[in-house]
Design a protein around this ligand. Structure first.
Ligand code: ADP
Ligand code: MG
Length: 235
C-alpha cells in the first residue's frame, strides 16, 4: 500500500519553475531514497510534500487524504513530518524541552522513554542546552522531534551532512529501526552508497524532472544513469 501518492507536481519559486510534473509513490513501512545532484530539486520536493511550499498544480494523497491544500501544521498532525536540512534545534532550551515543544502540538505523543531508548545519547544530554550539542546530537534531536510526534512518514533532508562516520552509522541504524517500527522514511542523501544501502526503493531527480524510479539494484545496474545524473563518483 502507498502511504503517499504525489502526482503531477509543479512547484515555483516566484517565476522560476522548479518541479516539472513530478510524481512519486511512497510505499508504507519502507525507506525510500531521493537522489540527485545539487540543485536538482530534492529539497523543493520534500518541502512541497510537507506543505511548506505549495505546488501550483498537482495532487498529494497521504494516508488516503488529499493534503495539497492543507496548511503545514495540519499535514504534520496527520503524521507527515519534514526534518529540514537546517536542523532548527532551539539553542536556548534543553534537549528535553526541545522534545517537549514538539510533543505539545502532537495528537498522541510518544513516551519520552521510547525516544531516550532509541537515542541513549540524548538521554545523557537531556538537560544540556541545544547550543551545547554536537552536529550529530542536533540531528538526533531533529529526528527525535518527528518521532515523538509519532510521525508515520518522516522526510529527512540530508541528515548526515557534515557528520562523523561513526555518528552516521548510528543514525543509519536508527532510520532502519524507525522503518522496522512501522514508520516510513524518505531520505535525501548525497552519499549514494549509504542511501542505497538503507533504501528499498529510490527516485532520481534531475533539474526538476523525475528521471528514474526503481530498486537500488535496478539503479546500480544502470551505470550510465548514475554517472549522468549523479556524477562519476557515484557510478
Ligand atoms: N528560495 C529559493 N528561491 C529561488 N530559487 C530557489 C530557492 N531555493 C532553491 N531554489 C532553486 O531551486 C532549484 C532546486 O533547489 P533545491 O530543491 O534546493 O535542490 P537540491 O535540494 O536538490 O539541492 C535550484 O535551482 C535552486 O537554485
Ligand atoms: Mg537540498
Amino acid at each position: 500500500m502507498n502511504l503517499l501518492e504525489a502526482e503531477g507536481l509543479n512547484t515555483f519559486y516566484g517565476d522560476s519553475h522548479i518541479l516539472f510534473d513530478v510524481s512519486m509513490n511512497i510505499p508504507e513501512h519502507e525507506v525510500v531514497a531521493l537522489l540527485g545532484r545539487n540543485g536538482a530539486g530534492k529539497s523543493t520536493l520534500l518541502k512541497t510534500l510537507s506543505g511548506a511550499l505549495k505546488a501550483q498544480s498537482g495532487t498529494i494523497k497521504f494516508a488516503g487524504k488529499q493534503i495539497e491544500r492543507l496548511p503545514t501544521h495540519e499535514i504534520a498532525r496527520l503524521g507527515l513530518q519534514l526534518v529540514p536540512e537546517e536542523r532548527r534545534v532551539f539553542g536556548g532550551i534543553t534537549v528535553h524541552e526541545n522534545l517537549k515543544l514538539a510533543a505539545m502540538t502532537a495528537e498522541k505523543p510518544l513516551d519520552y522513554s521510547e525516544i531516550y531508548r532509541t537515542f541513549p545519547r540524548l538521554d545523557e544530554r537531556r538537560n544540556n542546552k541545544g547550543r551545547a550539542l554536537s552536529g550529530g546530537e542536533q540531528q538526533m534531536v531533529a529526528i527525535a522531534r518527528a518521532m515523538i510526534r509519532d510521525a508515520r512518514l518522516i522526510l529527512l533532508d540530508e541528515p548526515f551532512e557534515g557528520l562523523a562516520p561513526l555518528i552516521v552509522r548510528d543514525l543509519m541504524a536508527v532510520c532502519q529501526q524507525l522503518a522496522e517500527q512501522g514508520r516510513t522514511i524518505v531520505i535525501v542523501e548525497q552519499n549514494v552508497a549509504a542511501a542505497l544501502s538503507m533504501a528499498s526503493r529510490c527516485y532520481l531527480i534531475n533539474t526538476g524532472h523525475m528521471v528514474f524510479e526503481g530498486t537500488g539494484q535496478e539503479l546500480q545496474a544502470k551505470p550510465e544513469l548514475m554517472s549522468r545524473y549523479l556524477g562519476a563518483a557515484a557510478a
